[in-house]
Design a protein around this ligand. Sequence first.
Ligand SMILES: [Zn+2]
Length: 85
Amino acid sequence: MSQKERINLEDDYDRWQWTCPNGHHDWEPTNHHFWCAACARIPEVDASFDELRDQKTGRLYERDDVELHTPAGPYDSDLDGRGSA
Ligand SMILES: [Zn+2]
């Protein structure tokens, strides 16, 4: 279970597959968590969350269990310990 799931943030299929724990697609990554715009509009719901839901399997993945990618490159290359130069 050391292999990370790869998520392309700009990919429609990936955006469909991965949701916040409440099933929304409007999330975005923050430095160590995720944030959901749809949850932010619901009173009494915390818009910040730690685990993304994979709609294909129903499993939850923590921030460290996924690799986030954008068209410009890895989103969190500063977090995985390489590429500092
Ligand atoms: Zn949500």
